[in-house]
Design a protein around this ligand. Structure first.
Ligand code: DX5
Ligand code: ZN
Length: 235
């Protein structure tokens, strides 16, 4: 396990959110170089969008590429599963060396069993909710997962506009976590930029995915530092 994010059980909720650059808009002709550049720029974890062209319209990459990223990267990696047959696929990807497997509640048939199987491999099992899915759909599963990823865009493409309705969901999850004395991570994915990152951090996000806000910038280090600065919570 390469993770500084602890697997399965009791996570340490970070004071400053961790920003995870998304490998969707990178230069795939130079994947290992891109990973090195991101790590040198200060990336503490990476987010991988696995899309099958069916669960979402776009087709990205599969297990072979995830395994290649695992070999090239030294930081923890999150695999965001946007595929049909979430239950079988997620379990299959849990052996890639990923630190977090994030599955969509909308596509799961056996959520509790699948989350338990992923966790049993030593991976953190996170649940993602799309913009039209309410927090109440995952409420009964909060003690069975190690994190919830709130989608702030419709899954499928990078570079879309942030949907502010995600903020209420992050706040609600943060309240539920405190009131139920739980310790799952709260993530957010989609449309994060210098304009929107402070609001998701203030709302309670711990893991913030950033695609175009890092990968489509000239200088990854500058982009990451600015996002990290804006995501800092007042002491
Ligand atoms: C969208 C993906 C995101 C995407 C984020 O379906 O899940 O991870 O890469 O890209 P930006 O930050 O550009 O919205
Ligand atoms: Zn994603």
């Amino acid at each position: 396990m390469h993770s500084s994010i602890p697997p399965g059980t009791a996570p340490l909720i970070p004071d400053t959110p961790v920003i995870l650059p998304a490998l969707l808009l990178c230069d795939f002709g130079h994947l290992a170089d891109e990973i090195k550049k991101l790590e040198q720029a200060g990336a503490k974890a990476l987010h991988l969008d696995v899309m099958d062209g069916q669960f979402v319209p776009q087709l990205t990459y599969g297990k072979v590429v995830v395994e290649a990223v695992r070999r090239a990267a030294t930081v923890p990696i999150e695999v965001h599963m946007m595929v049909e047959n979430q239950d079988e696929s997620a379990i299959d990807y849990a052996t890639t060396g990923a630190d977090i497997i994030t599955v969509h509640i909308e596509g799961l048939i056996r959520p509790k069993e699948t989350l338990a199987t992923i966790s049993s491999t030593g991976c953190r099992a996170h649940l993602a909710i799309s913009p039209n899915t309410p927090v109440s759909d995952v409420e009964s599963l909060l003690s069975h997962c190690a994190g919830v990823l709130v989608m702030s865009v419709e899954p499928g493409f990078g570079g879309q506009a942030f949907q502010p309705s995600a903020l209420d969901k992050i706040r609600l999850l943060s309240d539920l976590r405190a009131s139920q004395d739980q310790n799952f991570y709260i993530g957010v994915d989609g449309g994060i930029s210098t304009e929107t990152i402070a609001s998701v951090s203030q709302a309670g996000a711990d893991l913030i995915v950033a695609g175009s806000a890092v990968l489509q910038q000239e200088n990854y280090a500058n982009a990451l530092q600015e996002l990290e600065y804006l995501a800092q919570k007042p002491k």
